[in-house]
Design a protein around this ligand. Structure first.
Ligand code: FES
Length: 146
């Protein structure tokens, strides 16, 4: 094996390993929840955000429920501040991926921040969001208003 081949194979292995690590670490950190459907919305237990380490919380959870056409990404900013984002791209309707503190569209690359504001096109409008309220350690996502 000459030097060029060695460098190419080494770099391919490094890129493959780093890609796999990113893939597994992003999967490992995503918490999915069904939520409990109500007449007007969906309820999630605040405990869904808790991590094993004391006083540590997940950045977000993804609510998937068979009654919903798309998942809802719920970001946690504080004990009382949450944002619920409809994970359907505002460009042509593809389902978004969560990438830490932002969402990205696999179709054409649009990106949105954790409040649903479009930060990168081709999408030219923000995501649909839902009002969130807290009551007795439950997060209520109001699906009536959007
Ligand atoms: S459908 Fe999302 S960027 Fe086109």
């Amino acid at each position: 094996m000459n030097r060029k081949d060695f460098i190419l194979k080494s770099c391919s292995a490094c890129i493959g390993a780093s890609t796999l690590f990113a893939l597994f670490s992003s999967c490992a950190t995503t918490q999915f929840a069904n939520g409990q459907l109500t007449k007007d919305g969906i309820l999630i237990d605040v405990k869904e955000f808790e991590l094993k380490e004391k006083n540590k919380h997940r950045l977000y959870i993804v609510v998937r429920n068979e009654a919903l056409l798309f998942p809802i990404c719920v970001y946690r900013f504080s004990d009382t501040d949450y944002a619920a984002l409809w994970m359907q791209c505002a460009h042509q309707g593809a389902e978004l991926n969560v990438a830490g503190d932002y969402l990205q569209c696999p179709a054409h690359g649009s990106e949105y921040d954790n409040r649903g504001k479009v930060t990168n096109g081709p999408a030219d409008r923000d995501l649909r969001t839902f009002p969130v309220t807290l009551n007795n350690n439950q997060i209520f996502i109001d699906l009536r208003k959007a």
